[in-house]
Design a protein around this ligand. Structure first.
Ligand SMILES: Cc1ncc(COP(=O)(O)O)c(C=O)c1O
Length: 396
Protein backbone atom coordinates (compact mmCIF):
# COMPACT_ATOMS: atom_id res chain seq x y z
CA UNK A 1 0.00 0.00 0.00
CA UNK A 2 2.73 2.48 0.94
CA UNK A 3 5.66 3.92 -1.00
CA UNK A 4 8.58 1.52 -0.37
CA UNK A 5 10.98 4.48 -0.29
CA UNK A 6 9.70 5.20 3.22
CA UNK A 7 11.57 2.10 4.36
CA UNK A 8 14.82 3.53 2.99
CA UNK A 9 14.69 6.37 5.51
CA UNK A 10 16.67 5.43 8.57
CA UNK A 11 15.04 6.60 11.77
CA UNK A 12 15.65 10.30 12.33
CA UNK A 13 18.63 10.87 14.70
CA UNK A 14 16.45 11.94 17.63
CA UNK A 15 14.32 8.79 17.36
CA UNK A 16 17.51 6.71 17.38
CA UNK A 17 18.72 8.60 20.43
CA UNK A 18 15.43 7.95 22.21
CA UNK A 19 15.83 4.22 21.52
CA UNK A 20 19.47 4.28 22.67
CA UNK A 21 18.60 5.91 25.98
CA UNK A 22 15.42 3.95 26.53
CA UNK A 23 15.39 2.28 29.93
CA UNK A 24 18.16 4.45 31.41
CA UNK A 25 17.12 6.60 34.36
CA UNK A 26 19.00 9.89 34.76
CA UNK A 27 19.76 10.91 38.36
CA UNK A 28 16.65 12.50 39.82
CA UNK A 29 18.64 15.10 41.72
CA UNK A 30 20.00 16.60 38.49
CA UNK A 31 18.17 18.97 36.16
CA UNK A 32 17.98 17.38 32.72
CA UNK A 33 19.96 19.34 30.15
CA UNK A 34 19.26 18.77 26.47
CA UNK A 35 22.31 19.35 24.28
CA UNK A 36 21.31 16.91 21.57
CA UNK A 37 19.10 19.22 19.51
CA UNK A 38 20.34 22.28 17.61
CA UNK A 39 17.43 24.31 18.90
CA UNK A 40 18.50 27.85 19.86
CA UNK A 41 17.13 28.81 23.28
CA UNK A 42 18.34 32.40 23.48
CA UNK A 43 15.47 34.87 23.97
CA UNK A 44 13.79 35.83 20.70
CA UNK A 45 14.38 39.48 19.70
CA UNK A 46 11.49 41.80 20.63
CA UNK A 47 11.22 42.67 16.94
CA UNK A 48 9.28 39.45 16.46
CA UNK A 49 6.46 40.09 18.93
CA UNK A 50 6.15 43.70 17.76
CA UNK A 51 5.84 42.75 14.09
CA UNK A 52 3.41 39.89 14.75
CA UNK A 53 1.21 42.21 16.83
CA UNK A 54 1.24 44.90 14.17
CA UNK A 55 0.08 42.41 11.52
CA UNK A 56 -2.62 40.57 13.43
CA UNK A 57 -5.21 41.35 10.75
CA UNK A 58 -3.14 39.43 8.19
CA UNK A 59 -3.88 36.08 9.88
CA UNK A 60 -7.14 36.32 7.96
CA UNK A 61 -5.45 36.24 4.55
CA UNK A 62 -4.01 33.40 2.49
CA UNK A 63 -0.37 34.34 2.01
CA UNK A 64 1.27 34.42 -1.44
CA UNK A 65 3.96 31.80 -2.19
CA UNK A 66 6.61 34.44 -2.80
CA UNK A 67 5.95 36.51 0.33
CA UNK A 68 5.93 40.28 -0.03
CA UNK A 69 8.13 42.67 -2.04
CA UNK A 70 9.32 44.11 1.30
CA UNK A 71 10.46 40.65 2.45
CA UNK A 72 12.33 39.92 -0.77
CA UNK A 73 13.98 43.36 -0.69
CA UNK A 74 15.03 42.87 2.94
CA UNK A 75 16.59 39.52 2.04
CA UNK A 76 18.41 40.93 -0.99
CA UNK A 77 19.66 43.81 1.20
CA UNK A 78 20.92 41.44 3.88
CA UNK A 79 22.69 39.25 1.31
CA UNK A 80 24.37 42.34 -0.15
CA UNK A 81 25.54 43.55 3.29
CA UNK A 82 26.49 40.14 4.62
CA UNK A 83 28.50 39.00 1.60
CA UNK A 84 29.56 42.40 0.21
CA UNK A 85 27.79 41.54 -3.04
CA UNK A 86 27.72 44.02 -5.90
CA UNK A 87 24.58 46.15 -6.12
CA UNK A 88 21.94 44.40 -8.24
CA UNK A 89 23.52 40.92 -8.17
CA UNK A 90 20.50 39.59 -6.30
CA UNK A 91 17.23 40.73 -7.85
CA UNK A 92 14.56 40.45 -5.13
CA UNK A 93 11.91 39.46 -7.65
CA UNK A 94 13.83 36.84 -9.60
CA UNK A 95 16.32 35.38 -7.18
CA UNK A 96 14.61 35.13 -3.77
CA UNK A 97 11.84 32.93 -2.37
CA UNK A 98 10.66 32.62 1.25
CA UNK A 99 10.49 29.13 2.72
CA UNK A 100 8.94 27.79 5.92
CA UNK A 101 12.31 26.92 7.42
CA UNK A 102 15.18 25.48 5.42
CA UNK A 103 14.51 21.86 6.38
CA UNK A 104 11.45 21.74 4.18
CA UNK A 105 13.22 23.61 1.38
CA UNK A 106 16.35 21.43 1.47
CA UNK A 107 14.09 18.41 1.11
CA UNK A 108 11.79 19.77 -1.60
CA UNK A 109 14.52 21.27 -3.78
CA UNK A 110 15.56 17.77 -4.87
CA UNK A 111 12.14 17.38 -6.46
CA UNK A 112 12.98 20.11 -8.94
CA UNK A 113 16.74 19.59 -9.17
CA UNK A 114 16.83 15.87 -9.96
CA UNK A 115 15.82 14.72 -13.45
CA UNK A 116 14.63 11.18 -14.21
CA UNK A 117 18.05 10.30 -15.66
CA UNK A 118 21.46 11.89 -15.89
CA UNK A 119 24.09 10.65 -18.37
CA UNK A 120 21.75 7.76 -19.16
CA UNK A 121 21.71 6.47 -15.59
CA UNK A 122 20.08 6.98 -12.20
CA UNK A 123 21.04 10.50 -11.04
CA UNK A 124 23.40 10.92 -8.11
CA UNK A 125 22.95 13.31 -5.19
CA UNK A 126 26.21 14.10 -3.41
CA UNK A 127 26.40 15.13 0.23
CA UNK A 128 29.06 15.45 2.91
CA UNK A 129 29.43 12.75 5.53
CA UNK A 130 28.54 13.46 8.39
CA UNK A 131 25.61 15.59 7.28
CA UNK A 132 22.21 17.08 8.04
CA UNK A 133 20.00 14.03 7.55
CA UNK A 134 17.39 15.78 5.42
CA UNK A 135 19.75 15.67 2.40
CA UNK A 136 19.54 11.88 2.40
CA UNK A 137 15.74 11.78 2.56
CA UNK A 138 15.59 14.35 -0.22
CA UNK A 139 17.83 12.23 -2.46
CA UNK A 140 15.87 9.05 -1.81
CA UNK A 141 12.50 10.61 -2.53
CA UNK A 142 13.83 12.16 -5.72
CA UNK A 143 14.71 8.59 -6.85
CA UNK A 144 18.39 9.48 -6.89
CA UNK A 145 21.37 7.56 -5.57
CA UNK A 146 22.78 9.27 -2.47
CA UNK A 147 26.58 9.32 -2.41
CA UNK A 148 28.59 10.42 0.59
CA UNK A 149 31.72 12.55 0.53
CA UNK A 150 33.88 12.01 3.62
CA UNK A 151 34.24 15.20 5.70
CA UNK A 152 36.64 14.07 8.40
CA UNK A 153 39.50 15.64 10.33
CA UNK A 154 41.68 14.41 7.44
CA UNK A 155 39.81 16.61 4.96
CA UNK A 156 39.40 19.63 7.26
CA UNK A 157 35.85 18.39 8.04
CA UNK A 158 34.72 19.42 4.54
CA UNK A 159 34.33 17.30 1.42
CA UNK A 160 37.27 17.03 -0.95
CA UNK A 161 35.69 17.92 -4.29
CA UNK A 162 38.83 16.97 -6.21
CA UNK A 163 38.37 13.38 -5.06
CA UNK A 164 35.05 12.91 -6.92
CA UNK A 165 35.58 10.80 -10.03
CA UNK A 166 34.47 11.90 -13.49
CA UNK A 167 31.84 9.18 -13.92
CA UNK A 168 30.15 10.25 -10.69
CA UNK A 169 30.25 13.92 -11.67
CA UNK A 170 28.61 13.12 -15.00
CA UNK A 171 25.68 11.51 -13.14
CA UNK A 172 25.44 14.17 -10.43
CA UNK A 173 22.18 16.11 -10.38
CA UNK A 174 22.65 17.86 -7.06
CA UNK A 175 25.46 18.54 -4.60
CA UNK A 176 24.63 19.58 -1.06
CA UNK A 177 27.28 21.52 0.83
CA UNK A 178 26.87 22.86 4.34
CA UNK A 179 28.94 25.80 5.55
CA UNK A 180 29.31 26.45 8.44
CA UNK A 181 28.98 22.69 8.65
CA UNK A 182 26.67 20.85 10.97
CA UNK A 183 28.01 19.03 12.97
CA UNK A 184 31.71 19.95 12.69
CA UNK A 185 31.52 23.75 12.49
CA UNK A 186 34.00 23.87 9.60
CA UNK A 187 33.71 26.76 7.16
CA UNK A 188 34.21 26.36 3.41
CA UNK A 189 36.79 28.76 1.98
CA UNK A 190 35.88 31.04 -0.92
CA UNK A 191 38.13 28.83 -3.06
CA UNK A 192 36.19 25.68 -2.17
CA UNK A 193 32.91 27.44 -2.91
CA UNK A 194 34.22 28.74 -6.24
CA UNK A 195 35.41 25.22 -7.13
CA UNK A 196 31.96 23.85 -6.27
CA UNK A 197 30.23 26.50 -8.41
CA UNK A 198 32.55 25.80 -11.35
CA UNK A 199 32.04 22.05 -11.01
CA UNK A 200 28.25 22.52 -10.99
CA UNK A 201 28.44 24.52 -14.20
CA UNK A 202 30.83 22.17 -16.01
CA UNK A 203 28.76 19.10 -15.10
CA UNK A 204 25.42 20.90 -15.19
CA UNK A 205 24.13 20.02 -11.75
CA UNK A 206 22.47 22.09 -9.04
CA UNK A 207 24.69 23.22 -6.18
CA UNK A 208 22.70 23.66 -2.97
CA UNK A 209 24.64 25.38 -0.22
CA UNK A 210 23.07 25.16 3.22
CA UNK A 211 24.22 28.36 4.92
CA UNK A 212 21.77 28.37 7.80
CA UNK A 213 24.58 28.95 10.36
CA UNK A 214 26.04 31.83 8.30
CA UNK A 215 25.60 34.41 11.05
CA UNK A 216 26.95 32.30 13.92
CA UNK A 217 30.71 32.58 13.55
CA UNK A 218 33.76 32.85 15.72
CA UNK A 219 36.48 35.11 14.31
CA UNK A 220 35.40 36.03 10.77
CA UNK A 221 32.18 35.87 8.76
CA UNK A 222 32.11 32.69 6.63
CA UNK A 223 32.12 33.29 2.87
CA UNK A 224 29.02 32.23 0.97
CA UNK A 225 28.23 30.67 -2.39
CA UNK A 226 26.71 33.89 -3.75
CA UNK A 227 29.99 35.63 -2.91
CA UNK A 228 31.71 32.87 -4.90
CA UNK A 229 29.35 33.61 -7.81
CA UNK A 230 30.25 37.30 -7.57
CA UNK A 231 33.96 36.45 -7.54
CA UNK A 232 33.48 34.29 -10.64
CA UNK A 233 31.93 37.14 -12.62
CA UNK A 234 28.40 37.56 -11.24
CA UNK A 235 26.27 34.82 -12.77
CA UNK A 236 24.13 32.86 -10.31
CA UNK A 237 23.75 29.92 -12.70
CA UNK A 238 23.37 26.46 -11.09
CA UNK A 239 23.57 27.80 -7.52
CA UNK A 240 21.03 28.12 -4.71
CA UNK A 241 21.72 29.04 -1.09
CA UNK A 242 19.54 28.29 1.92
CA UNK A 243 19.24 30.70 4.83
CA UNK A 244 17.23 30.55 8.01
CA UNK A 245 16.19 32.79 10.87
CA UNK A 246 16.10 29.81 13.22
CA UNK A 247 19.75 30.15 14.22
CA UNK A 248 20.50 33.75 13.25
CA UNK A 249 17.61 35.18 15.25
CA UNK A 250 16.91 32.33 17.71
CA UNK A 251 13.41 31.74 16.38
CA UNK A 252 13.30 28.07 15.31
CA UNK A 253 9.55 28.03 15.96
CA UNK A 254 8.88 30.88 13.53
CA UNK A 255 9.71 28.52 10.63
CA UNK A 256 11.20 31.17 8.42
CA UNK A 257 13.98 31.08 5.88
CA UNK A 258 14.63 31.75 2.22
CA UNK A 259 16.30 30.32 -0.83
CA UNK A 260 18.20 32.54 -3.24
CA UNK A 261 20.07 31.99 -6.47
CA UNK A 262 19.66 30.95 -10.10
CA UNK A 263 16.43 32.48 -11.46
CA UNK A 264 15.58 29.28 -13.38
CA UNK A 265 15.80 27.14 -10.26
CA UNK A 266 13.90 29.69 -8.17
CA UNK A 267 11.11 29.87 -10.78
CA UNK A 268 10.82 26.06 -10.91
CA UNK A 269 10.85 25.86 -7.13
CA UNK A 270 8.19 28.54 -6.87
CA UNK A 271 6.01 26.53 -9.24
CA UNK A 272 6.44 23.36 -7.17
CA UNK A 273 5.83 25.23 -3.93
CA UNK A 274 2.55 26.60 -5.25
CA UNK A 275 1.36 22.98 -5.22
CA UNK A 276 3.08 21.46 -2.21
CA UNK A 277 5.15 23.93 -0.19
CA UNK A 278 4.25 25.33 3.22
CA UNK A 279 3.67 29.05 2.69
CA UNK A 280 4.71 31.59 5.32
CA UNK A 281 1.78 33.39 7.00
CA UNK A 282 1.89 37.14 6.33
CA UNK A 283 2.52 38.14 9.98
CA UNK A 284 5.52 35.78 9.92
CA UNK A 285 6.68 37.37 6.66
CA UNK A 286 6.44 40.80 8.32
CA UNK A 287 8.42 39.67 11.37
CA UNK A 288 10.99 38.02 9.11
CA UNK A 289 11.34 41.19 7.05
CA UNK A 290 12.14 43.15 10.20
CA UNK A 291 14.66 40.52 11.33
CA UNK A 292 16.55 40.45 8.01
CA UNK A 293 16.69 44.26 8.10
CA UNK A 294 18.33 44.25 11.53
CA UNK A 295 21.91 43.12 12.20
CA UNK A 296 22.17 44.29 15.81
CA UNK A 297 20.27 41.39 17.36
CA UNK A 298 22.31 38.94 15.27
CA UNK A 299 25.54 40.40 16.65
CA UNK A 300 24.22 40.08 20.23
CA UNK A 301 23.23 36.49 19.52
CA UNK A 302 26.63 35.71 18.01
CA UNK A 303 28.44 37.20 21.02
CA UNK A 304 26.47 34.93 23.35
CA UNK A 305 27.53 31.84 21.39
CA UNK A 306 31.11 33.07 21.34
CA UNK A 307 31.14 33.42 25.12
CA UNK A 308 29.99 29.79 25.42
CA UNK A 309 32.71 28.62 23.02
CA UNK A 310 35.22 30.56 25.19
CA UNK A 311 33.87 28.74 28.21
CA UNK A 312 34.12 25.36 26.46
CA UNK A 313 37.68 26.09 25.38
CA UNK A 314 38.64 27.01 28.93
CA UNK A 315 36.99 23.95 30.52
CA UNK A 316 37.70 21.26 27.93
CA UNK A 317 41.10 22.56 26.78
CA UNK A 318 43.00 19.83 24.92
CA UNK A 319 40.65 16.93 25.68
CA UNK A 320 38.54 15.08 23.10
CA UNK A 321 40.42 16.76 20.21
CA UNK A 322 38.60 20.00 21.13
CA UNK A 323 38.81 22.84 18.63
CA UNK A 324 36.90 26.12 18.34
CA UNK A 325 34.31 25.71 15.59
CA UNK A 326 34.75 28.46 12.98
CA UNK A 327 30.97 28.64 12.68
CA UNK A 328 27.77 27.27 14.23
CA UNK A 329 27.21 26.34 17.85
CA UNK A 330 28.15 22.66 18.09
CA UNK A 331 31.10 21.02 19.78
CA UNK A 332 32.24 17.94 17.86
CA UNK A 333 34.08 15.94 20.49
CA UNK A 334 36.08 12.79 19.85
CA UNK A 335 35.20 10.65 22.82
CA UNK A 336 36.04 7.14 21.57
CA UNK A 337 32.62 5.54 21.34
CA UNK A 338 29.92 8.15 20.76
CA UNK A 339 26.99 5.91 21.64
CA UNK A 340 28.58 4.68 24.87
CA UNK A 341 29.38 8.28 25.83
CA UNK A 342 25.79 9.39 25.14
CA UNK A 343 24.44 6.61 27.35
CA UNK A 344 26.86 7.36 30.17
CA UNK A 345 26.14 11.10 30.04
CA UNK A 346 22.40 10.50 30.26
CA UNK A 347 22.56 7.81 32.94
CA UNK A 348 25.13 9.51 35.15
CA UNK A 349 24.69 13.23 34.51
CA UNK A 350 21.21 13.78 32.99
CA UNK A 351 22.85 15.21 29.86
CA UNK A 352 21.44 14.43 26.44
CA UNK A 353 23.97 14.61 23.60
CA UNK A 354 23.86 13.13 20.10
CA UNK A 355 26.19 10.28 19.04
CA UNK A 356 28.03 11.36 15.89
CA UNK A 357 27.19 8.05 14.23
CA UNK A 358 23.57 9.18 13.93
CA UNK A 359 24.67 11.99 11.62
CA UNK A 360 26.83 9.89 9.32
CA UNK A 361 26.92 6.79 7.14
CA UNK A 362 29.43 3.99 7.01
CA UNK A 363 32.24 4.39 4.48
CA UNK A 364 33.14 1.66 1.99
CA UNK A 365 35.64 0.21 4.51
CA UNK A 366 32.89 -0.07 7.16
CA UNK A 367 34.19 2.81 9.29
CA UNK A 368 31.77 5.54 10.34
CA UNK A 369 33.22 9.08 10.28
CA UNK A 370 31.02 10.10 13.21
CA UNK A 371 31.32 6.94 15.28
CA UNK A 372 33.92 8.23 17.68
CA UNK A 373 32.24 11.59 18.22
CA UNK A 374 29.42 13.21 20.10
CA UNK A 375 27.73 16.45 19.04
CA UNK A 376 27.08 18.90 21.84
CA UNK A 377 24.76 21.84 21.07
CA UNK A 378 25.61 24.98 23.06
CA UNK A 379 22.08 26.33 22.80
CA UNK A 380 21.22 27.00 26.46
CA UNK A 381 22.08 30.02 28.58
CA UNK A 382 25.68 30.43 29.77
CA UNK A 383 25.10 29.13 33.33
CA UNK A 384 23.36 25.95 32.13
CA UNK A 385 26.09 25.43 29.55
CA UNK A 386 28.79 25.70 32.21
CA UNK A 387 26.89 23.24 34.40
CA UNK A 388 26.52 20.84 31.45
CA UNK A 389 30.18 21.01 30.44
CA UNK A 390 31.36 20.43 34.01
CA UNK A 391 29.09 17.39 34.32
CA UNK A 392 30.32 16.12 30.93
CA UNK A 393 33.93 16.36 32.07
CA UNK A 394 33.11 14.55 35.32
CA UNK A 395 31.61 11.60 33.46
CA UNK A 396 34.00 11.31 30.52
C1 LIG B 1 22.55 22.13 8.69
C2 LIG B 1 21.12 22.49 8.89
N1 LIG B 1 20.39 22.84 7.84
C3 LIG B 1 19.10 23.17 7.97
C4 LIG B 1 18.47 23.16 9.20
C5 LIG B 1 17.00 23.49 9.26
O1 LIG B 1 16.73 24.62 9.96
P1 LIG B 1 15.33 25.35 9.81
O2 LIG B 1 14.38 24.39 9.15
O3 LIG B 1 14.92 25.69 11.18
O4 LIG B 1 15.58 26.54 8.93
C6 LIG B 1 19.18 22.79 10.33
C7 LIG B 1 18.52 22.73 11.65
O5 LIG B 1 18.96 22.21 12.60
C8 LIG B 1 20.55 22.46 10.18
O6 LIG B 1 21.30 22.10 11.23
Amino acid sequence: MLNPLVDRLADYPFDRLRALLDGLAPPESMRQLILSVGEPRHPAPSIVADALAAHVADWGRYPPVDGTPEFRRAVAGWLRRRYSLPEGLVDPDQHVLPVAGTREALFLIAQVAVPLQKAGAQPVVLMPNPFYQVYFGAAVFAHAKPLFLPATSGTGFLPDLAAIDAATLARTALLYLCSPANPQGAVASLKLLKDAVSLARVHDFVLCVDECYADIWDWQPPPGALGACAALGGSLDNVVVFHSLSKRSSVPGLRSGFVAGDARIIAAFRRLRAFGGAVLPLPVVAASTALWEDDVHAETNRALYRSKIDLAERLIAERFDFYRPAGGFFLWLKVGDGEAAARALWAEAALRVLPGAYLSRNCADGSNPGGQYIRVALVDDVASTEDALRRLLNVL
